[in-house]
Ligand binder design. Structure first.
Ligand code: XMP
Length: 517
């Protein structure tokens, strides 16, 4: 395992990704972790970048023990400056802030192991204000740029490297190879982390964790994460796993039916579908404020799920007690909570099943907590879940309630379901679904005048949204071929009663968000 210490750079998780793409398992921990408390010995350590300066009063500092562990250490950007400031070099704020593309001249001959076989000049991505003005004693320079004479350094005897640029971003074309030189050649990490090995290990871990008797329950939504988690659980504990799907009345068209077909019929998972749509829609009646909608749905979900879980627990008999709650937590959620800065500012509250079922005292099992989203997709494919589901766009917990601007009624839900269904089917028909990160229709609470046949109409407006995005922190609108939009618009206005106008949202995030609420 490679240990990556996170000093808060927006790119930290990418370092983890790059290692795993090399089939090397890497773990990202907060930079404040104490090496003596780690409990395992990494094959190598990477220090990430950071928004801080090493001479800021509140700058995060690494445990100096990382340099005495005897395993290779690579500092990236801030990580390099940490190395310099711990080992007696000099770091200075620089009037020439370097941000963007740069060329690193590989200066050492013979070439240092970090850059072996990568040529004499490397295109790299820089993003820093500080830089080293004097390397610490015992270090040699292995790369420089026009403005940074110490862009890459290596210790003469000890296994310590530092680079000013970011090899983890795609703007450094051979960055992946540089990381490979470090983790494979220098650290000697084994490239044996594969999804197949993950499945075998994870199933064994779940069996061990959950023991031979207790039952496991978990909520499923029809989304990728909960479906993959459920299938993995089924593989691990068989019929002792029971999935619960809550129909909250604001799902996509035919969602409950499709989930039943997929989970219960195709994947053979025990499933209860609870139709609680009346309950949810009653609680939502008259609510316009988006955050209130989220709260109402989040709370109601807990009540309904809890009642269902209790029913399952009561029918114990030969089936054994319900002891575990399955959660589809992914690695990015885990990273967020390990960061030394704490979670970032909340723009919108996101409802996960957190804090659920406190009085049932269920223990949590989180089989996806080491995985990134696309790894979950790969896992799903290996577990035999059809591509169509594995590639599905994310869908928010509060569902169509946050896509109906204004008051949510059953009638409004039906209008939006029809429009959304046409939109998504046409995107699929045009072969564009996989190029889009998320697409959906939004129903506006305003009416516009139109004409149909010889008659004046006065009906609602549907807005279409489709974005491309890596991680949903930023997003850009998708450039549809005009013919596709034309067909979607014509089908929606012809087939969905109550809608006479369709618009396409061309806002990026920021300043917009992906959802309208
Ligand atoms: P925004 O609108 O914040 O969306 O740019 C980013 C991503 O988060 C999803 N989203 C939610 N997911 N509960 C969820 O489970 C929510 O309340 C929620 N709000 C937004 C959104 O669909 C997008 O993928």
């Amino acid at each position: 395992t490679i240990l990556i210490l996170d000093f808060g750079s927006q790119y930290s998780h990418l370092i983890t990704r790059r290692c795993r793409e090399l089939n090397v398992y890497a773990e990202l921990l907060a930079c404040t972790v104490k090496i003596s408390e780690l409990g395992w010995k990494p094959k190598g350590i990477i220090l990430s970048g950071s928004p801080y300066s090493v001479y800021d009063a509140d700058a995060p500092r690494v445990d100096p023990a990382v340099f005495d562990l005897g395993v290779p250490v690579l500092g990236i950007c801030y990580g390099l400056q940490e190395i310099a400031s711990h080992l007696g070099g000099k770091v200075e704020g620089h009037d020439h802030r370097e941000y963007g593309h740069a060329r690193v001249q590989v200066t050492q001959s013979p070439v240092d192991a970090l850059f072996e076989g990568l040529g004499e000049e490397l295109q790299v991505w820089m993003s820093h204000g500080d830089q080293i003005s004097a390397p610490p004693p015992g270090f040699r320079v292995i790369g420089k740029t026009g403005t940074a004479p110490f862009a890459a350094i290596a210790h003469e005897e000890r296994p310590i490297w530092g680079i000013q640029f970011h090899p983890e971003v795609t703007h450094t074309p051979r960055g992946r190879e540089i990381i490979g030189r470090f983790v494979l050649n220098i650290c000697g990490a084994k490239a044996n982390w594969t999804m197949e090995s993950f499945i075998t290990k994870e199933i064994a871990r779940i069996r061990e964790l959950c023991g031979p008797k207790g039952r496991v329950i978990g909520a499923v939504s029809g989304g990728v994460d909960s479906t993959v988690a459920a299938k993995l659980m089924k593989e691990a504990v068989g019929d002792r796993f029971h999935a619960i799907m809550v129909d909250n009345g604001v799902l996509r068209m035919n969602e409950a039916k499709e989930v039943r077909e997929m989970l219960s019929e195709n994947l053979g998972i025990n499933l209860t579908v609870v139709d609680a749509s009346d309950r949810f829609l009653t609680k939502l009646s008259g609510v316009e404020d988006p955050e209130t909608k989220r709260k109402v749905i989040g709370n109601e979900f807990i009540h309904v799920f809890e009642a269902e879980a209790k029913k399952l627990a009561e029918e114990e008999g030969s089936k054994g007690p319900v002891e575990w709650l399955l959660q589809g937590t992914l690695y990015p959620d885990v990273i967020e909570s390990v960061s030394f800065r704490g979670p970032s500012a909340t723009i919108k509250t996101h409802h996960n099943v957190g804090g659920l079922l406190a009085d049932m005292k269920l223990k949590l099992v989180e089989p996806l907590r080491e995985l990134f989203k696309d790894e979950v997709r790969a896992l799903g494919r290996l577990l035999g879940i059809p591509d169509r589901l594995v590639q599905r766009h994310p869908f928010p917990g509060p569902g169509l309630a946050i896509r109906i601007l204004g008051v949510v009624t059953r009638e409004q839900v039906q209008i939006l379901q029809r429009a959304d269904d046409i939109y998504i089917s046409e995107i699929r028909a045009a072969g564009l679904y996989d190029q889009i990160a998320q697409a959906f229709a939004v129903l506006l609470p305003v009416r516009a005048v139109g004409v149909m046949g010889d008659k004046r109409t006065y009906e609602q407006v549907v807005a279409l949204r489709a974005v491309t995005s890596e991680d949903f922190m930023t997003a850009d609108w998708f450039a549809f071929p005009p013919d596709v939009l034309r067909k979607i618009s014509s089908r929606i206005t012809n087939e969905v009663k109550g809608v006479n106008r369709v618009t396409y949202d061309i806002s990026s995030k920021p300043p917009g968000t992906v959802e309208w609420l």
